[in-house]
Design a protein around this ligand. Structure first.
Ligand code: GLN
Length: 493
């Protein structure tokens, strides 16, 4: 079954009409996941039995509804295969967060987003590989080996949700969930040539998402087209009493809002962001995309985001500070892994954390502990919080002049394994365009907008005001309809 040829709404409809079945769909997705995992390493667990059982339940529900002459519509994602990043809790499956320290953990509950997907009839195929605790931009920080980019397996898929991005790009599943703390949905989406949506902070419940930077984390969606991203967001968005930071803001009908024209929409471009450090071919693709929006009737306006240049510094203070406190709970007592031969309690904590965490996670815990420590707190953490407010105000001002801001998603196309892994600063600079959205809490989407001369995907990012996911999806949809990528990765189902 070729998921590239259909939308999830059409797939659900053809399952409902009996033209195909949930079972056939699930098996084709599972077969592809198993077959391609040797070359991609995108999945850490594939749940054949669970997926087939759920698909059978859906098929028998359809049969009995038909027999009873019932016309009630099937839930929106009935029979749609989906992959889930391995830092989101799914009952009955592992949650490793790409780390050894969890043992792995088998959560006794579902994340709220998972509960809602299951209610909507989605079929969870497996858990996807990621950078350890979602810290990274290349997937090289997974304890279980890196995910390979399906366009070129000598290159990274991006991170940290690289497994979910690769699984969608390779056509193993039509849609997947990831998490985005500083770009971990948008950046791998860009490097793998798919759509990646990070909702407004508070749009999707974080209950059951393993915490990294709690004031930044948000579950996001990977899809091949805007309409599929809209269908998944529709299901997972909205208030949840398990997460006090979810907002009581009405969830629009995203699919319906895809269609209106984008004529007259104002797209903001900050020329200062298109300068230093940006790859020549990425810049050219962004210029072409800006012109494409002009052709679609959008108005291009200049905007200024004067504090964006501080975003990397601010993000790597705030994210590490929150990580150091969130990760304090992994002590060898409450979760899976415990180091052997530790004579006393303190040794056990120390050895467990030393053996259980990888180098990047340790670096972040140390950085975060340092910026929060007495004597340094004001100089680093407090100052970073103040600049965070300025970054947020930049966006509020920009959105007085435009409906969305357009930037590159990543400064370069997918880089090679090993190219940046020994140089943390070079790796962190990869996030220069994505971290601002998390610091400000605004939504962002990455949309494929071209290929490099080496045939690697390039992505553009659209950022909008709070709760403007419908606008972002509409802008993405209008662009993709007229400007399809027109190529597929070398490795695909
Ligand atoms: N690459 C960023 C980091 O390493 C973003 C991670 C994320 O969004 N989870 O922190």
């Amino acid at each position: 079954m070729d998921f590239a040829e259909t939308t999830v709404a059409d797939l659900r409809d053809s399952i409902a009409r009996g033209e195909t079945s949930a079972r056939v769909t699930a098996e084709s997705s599972l077969d592809a996941a198993e077959k391609l995992n040797d070359s991609l390493n995108a999945f850490l667990e594939i749940d054949r039995d669970g997926a087939v059982n759920r698909a059978d339940e859906i098929d028998s529900k359809i049969v009995s509804q038909k027999a009873a002459g019932e016309k009630s519509a099937l839930p929106a994602l009935s029979g749609v295969p989906i992959a889930i990043k391995d830092n989101i809790c799914v009952r009955g499956m592992q949650t490793s967060c790409g780390s050894r320290i969890l043992g792995p953990y088998h959560p006794p509950y579902n994340a709220t987003a998972i509960e809602r997907l299951l209610d909507a009839g989605a079929i969870i195929i497996g858990k996807t590989n990621c950078d350890e605790f979602a810290m990274g931009s290349s997937n090289e920080n997974s304890a279980f080996g890196p995910v390979k980019n399906p366009w070129d397996t000598s290159r990274v898929p991006g991170g940290s949700s690289g497994g979910s991005a690769a699984a969608v790009a390779a056509g193993i599943v039509p849609v997947a969930l990831g998490s985005d703390t500083g770009g971990s949905v948008r950046q791998p989406a860009s490097l793998c040539g798919v759509i990646g949506l990070k909702p407004t902070y508070g749009r999707v419940s974080r209950y059951g998402l393993v915490a990294f930077g709690s004031s930044l984390d948000q579950i996001g969606v990977f899809a091949r087209n805007a309409s599929d991203a809209a269908a998944v967001l529709q299901v997972i968005a909205g208030r949840d009493h398990h997460d006090a930071t979810t907002a009581d803001v009405a969830v629009p009908d995203y699919s319906r809002e895809l269609e209106p024209e984008i004529k007259g929409q104002r797209i903001g471009v900050s020329r200062a962001l298109l300068g230093e450090g940006l790859d020549r071919e990425v810049r050219a693709s962004i210029e072409t995309a800006i012109n494409a929006y002009r052709d679609l009737g959008a108005e291009i306006v200049d905007v200024d985001l004067p504090h964006a240049k501080y975003a990397i510094a601010v993000y790597y203070i705030i994210a590490t500070a929150e990580a150091s406190s969130n990760l304090a709970r992994y002590d060898g007592v409450r979760y899976g892994f415990r180091a052997e031969e530790a004579p006393a309690l303190r040794d056990m904590y120390r050895k467990t954390r030393d053996e259980g965490f990888g180098p990047e996670v340790k670096r972040r815990i140390m950085l975060g502990t340092y910026v929060l420590s007495a004597g340094y707190y004001d100089a680093h953490y407090l100052k970073a919080q103040k600049v965070r407010t300025l970054i947020r105000q930049d966006f509020l001002q920009a959105f007085e002049k435009c409906d969305a801001v357009l930037t590159p998603t990543s400064p370069t196309p997918a880089f090679r394994f090993g190219e940046k892994v020994d140089d943390p600063l070079a790796m962190y600079l990869n996030d220069v365009y994505t971290v601002t959205a998390n610091l400000a809490g605004v939504p962002g989407i990455s949309v494929p907008c071209g290929l490099s001369s080496e045939g690697l995907p390039i992505g553009m990012q659209l950022l909008g005001p709070y709760w403007s996911e419908a606008t972002l999806l509409r802008l993405a949809h209008a662009y993709q309809e007229k400007n399809p990528l027109g190529a597929r990765p070398k490795i695909h189902a």
